[in-house]
Design a protein around this ligand. Structure first.
Ligand code: HEM
Length: 155
């Protein structure tokens, strides 16, 4: 049997790889954060700058690859109007918004506050709560997106 690899399968592999790269690290955040926090207040600015670097240089670019590869797959074999595709597209747009408009500025502010008072102030506690709630919401959306992509309800 000749070995023929369809472009579709290559793009699907890229799509799934980009999902792993974009979101895999986010599932490790609770453990990563807990371990770094054990090092004390001096480690907090570094923790928030690490989140920032990951969001800007890894997660967002990988999400762009998820989007572009996903659009190719959808247009090649499906339809952007298919509910499981349009719902996941909406989730991805919301994720771009949460990362760019909420989580990134919040982490920048947390880094500044941690540098100023070691994360002991009320402002720091409030921003950290916001980051935890929005971060959990983003993770839940990723889980829903993976379910929709895998089960393809209505397809
Ligand atoms: C958070 C965003 C996304 C995640 C986590 C995600 C995840 C996945 C996963 C895990 C698969 C493999 C499913 C399987 O083979 O059974 C897949 C396939 C696919 N995804 Fe996504 N995806 C996302 C966004 C998108 C977007 C925005 C589009 C389209 C605009 C899209 C279109 C597709 C298509 C068409 C397939 C191929 C299904 C197949 O041929 O079996 N994805 N996605």
């Amino acid at each position: 049997m000749p070995l023929a690899i369809a472009l579709y399968d290559v793009v699907l592999t890229i799509h799934i790889l980009a999902v792993v790269v974009a979101f895999g690290v986010v599932f490790a955040y609770p453990l990563l954060d807990a371990e770094i926090r054990k090092a004390g207040p001096a480690a907090l600015p570094g923790l928030h700058r690490l989140h920032l670097a990951l969001a800007q240089r890894l997660i967002t670019p990988a999400m762009v690859v998820v989007l572009l590869a996903g659009l190719y797959l959808a247009l090649d074999r499906y339809d952007l109007g298919d509910p499981w595709i349009s719902a996941t597209l909406t989730i991805l747009v919301v994720l771009f918004g949460l990362v760019g408009a909420v989580l990134t500025p919040t982490d920048r502010r947390l880094a500044e506050l941690a540098e100023r008072d070691g994360g002991t102030g009320e402002d720091y506690a409030r921003e950290a709560r916001k980051a935890a709630i929005v971060g959990s919401l983003a993770l839940a959306l990723v889980v829903v997106a993976i379910f929709l992509m895998t089960a393809k309800p209505g397809a």
